[in-house]
Write a protein that binds this ligand. Structure first.
Ligand SMILES: Cc1cc2nc3c(=O)[nH]c(=O)nc-3n(C[C@H](O)[C@H](O)[C@H](O)COP(=O)(O)OP(=O)(O)OC[C@H]3O[C@@H](n4cnc5c(N)ncnc54)[C@H](O)[C@@H]3O)c2cc1C
Length: 413
């Protein structure tokens, strides 16, 4: 058997990509052959996905080529669907054959969770992948084209009603940005539409928006959504979604041509199929070195991992975990001792449309700010976090153009 260890990283999301980038700095040439596998050949920067949905950014701004992270380091990239993981024989099964490994990193993220609610998959638009964002944007623009010539008032109002289910960060940011799209771009170019006919409803099952964030951030978001005429329905549980209609558990029926589902995530089906100890929510339980079941050959991180008492499924968690997991992976390749990871939460950011945001700083004891200062923190933070000169350049230029010249509203394929 070759002395060079085979390292296979499954998933080029926040966890997998940042781990691979850290390996480049730590592994000596020839120590290990690293292969990154993903079904897409790009890393999706999900925190800005809602801006693709609402025409603030083009899709390529939030897609970073994975080969840019692998080729310069001498690593391999394989674009394929991973279909199975054989822990016993140390093989990753893909649509294009099998990959043997000595060390495996599972970083496959999560998938949209419909909580078993009937009709979500068939009748609501998800916001998870880049194709979802492009579909949603096209759908919204199509709605405006047809509403521009619709003479029946009731039909026009129904067409111009948008329902977003789930008021976590994705739902809140999307609702706010959708209103901005209408107020600052569409209003100017659809003179035949009365924009008072446009209604945006945001449905949330708990008693506040952004339920996983600091209550002050929820309050800031509520005030802003109110200003933007987004109708927030709290303590409202969805029982079923039919074509153009949301049924709630208290018997109400809300009609809309556009229903967006931003209700949360669940474990990736690949993780479901792996025979390793799992948490109640199905994530793979890892120790403080990211080892699954104490095995030196399987590390798990990001959304797929259940670390400690269960860290939130967030990009910031995956990005913090990656350098520590990379350090441990190198130690395992070399047969050296590993080190525990200690998680230090940074805080939360939420965008609330044009010049508004909310920011909580964990290191300052949960200090919360809103308005323009928070918006500036939000923008600078994401500009810094995005990888790649081309992506950053596009982001900066498109943000400026969208702010001053309006959003991208040509309905291109
Ligand atoms: C719309 C949206 C907005 C978000 N906004 C924020 C935010 O503002 N801040 C924040 O901290 N978090 C945010 N999150 C959460 C964040 O995206 C996740 O927590 C983070 O992406 C998890 O990183 P990961 O590497 O575990 O998974 P991912 O980043 O999802 O990466 C998983 C990768 O695995 C690949 N993959 C999965 N299954 C297979 C397979 N079978 N075969 C091949 N490849 C596969 C996928 O293509 C993907 O590239 C957001 C999530 C969404 C959906």
């Amino acid at each position: 058997m070759s002395a060079t260890k085979q390292v296979v990283v499954v998933g080029g999301g926040f966890a997998g990509l940042h781990l691979v980038r850290r390996l480049e700095r730590r592994l000596q040439p020839g120590e290990a052959a690293v292969t990154l596998v993903d079904r897409q050949n790009y890393h999706l920067f999900t925190p800005l996905l809602y801006q693709v949905c609402t025409g603030e950014l083009p899709p390529h701004a939030v897609a970073y080529p994975l080969r840019d992270a692998t080729a310069p380091a001498g690593y391999h990239f394989l674009q394929t669907e991973v279909t199975a993981i054989d822990l016993e024989h140390r093989r990753v099964g893909t649509a294009d054959g099998e990959l043997p490994y000595d060390h495996l990193v599972i970083a496959v993220g999560s998938v949209t969770n419909d909580f078993g609610i009937a009709g979500v998959r068939e009748n609501a638009l998800p916001v998870k992948w880049l194709s979802d964002a492009e579909t949603l944007k096209r759908h919204v623009l199509d709605i405006f084209e047809s509403a521009a010539t619709e003479t029946d008032v009731a039909r026009r109002r129904e067409a111009l009603t948008f329902i977003i289910v789930g008021a976590g960060p994705v739902g809140v940011e999307l609702a706010s940005s959708l209103r901005d799209l209408m107020d600052h771009t569409l209003r100017k170019i659809y003179p035949s539409i009365d924009f008072y006919d446009v209604a945006i409803h945001l449905i949330e099952g708990t008693d506040r928006v952004l339920p996983a964030m600091h209550p002050k951030l929820s309050a800031i978001a509520m005030r802003r959504l109110d200003q933007q005429r987004v109708r927030v329905l709290l303590n409202t549980l969805v029982s079923r979604i039919g074509p153009g209609v949301v049924h709630t558990k208290d018997g109400a029926q809300l009609r809309a041509r556009t229903i967006v589902w931003s209700g949360g995530v669940k474990v990736n089906p690949l993780v479901v199929a792996i025979d390793l100890p799992k948490s109640k929510d199905g994530r793979i339980v890892v120790d403080d070195r990211f080892r699954a079941s104490g095995r030196d050959d399987v590390l798990v991180l990001g959304d797929a991992a259940y670390f400690g008492k269960g860290l939130p499924q967030l990009a910031q968690v995956a990005v913090l975990e990656a350098p520590a997991a990379a350090r441990n992976l190198v130690a395992l390749v070399r047969g050296e001792p590993t080190e525990p990871f200690v998680y230090h939460r940074k805080g939360d950011l939420v965008a609330l449309g044009r010049t508004q945001a909310g920011a909580e700083f964990a290191k300052l004891g949960g200090f919360v700010i809103g308005g323009l200062p928070a918006w500036t923190v939000w923008r600078v933070n994401y500009l810094m976090q995005l990888l790649g000169v081309r992506n950053r350049g596009t982001l900066l230029v498109e943000w400026i153009l969208s702010f001053f010249a309006g959003r991208l509203v040509a309905n291109t394929p």
